[in-house]
Design a binder for this molecule. Structure first.
Ligand SMILES: [Zn+2]
Length: 86
């Protein structure tokens, strides 16, 4: 499944299935994802490789959210508040 973002205010880039596992390994959360330990930061839904909607850093903390549009929207607001221009 490929993540598609259509909301005009969302700036989080869609992550392709090819890149995602490598990214998760690099962020040291891959094992937690596949073992079901990671949950959506917004709604608490268990995250799998198929349900990750967005990944971002907030105050140095890794934030993962699921692929619900409502969660991605809220995450984009969180991230945009943190990420000022540039
Ligand atoms: Zn969620």
């Amino acid at each position: 499944m490929r993540v598609k973002l259509k909301h005009k205010n969302i700036h989080i880039p869609a992550i392709s299935d090819d890149v995602l596992p490598h990214l998760l390994v690099r962020l040291k959360v891959y094992d937690d994802i596949v073992s079901g330990k990671m949950k959506c930061r917004i709604c608490g839904r268990k995250l799998t490789l198929d349900t990750i909607g967005a990944i971002g850093m907030l105050n140095g903390e890794l934030i993962l959210v699921c692929d619900k549009l409502s969660c991605i929207s809220k995450a984009s607001i969180l991230f945009s508040e943190f990420q000022t221009s540039g």
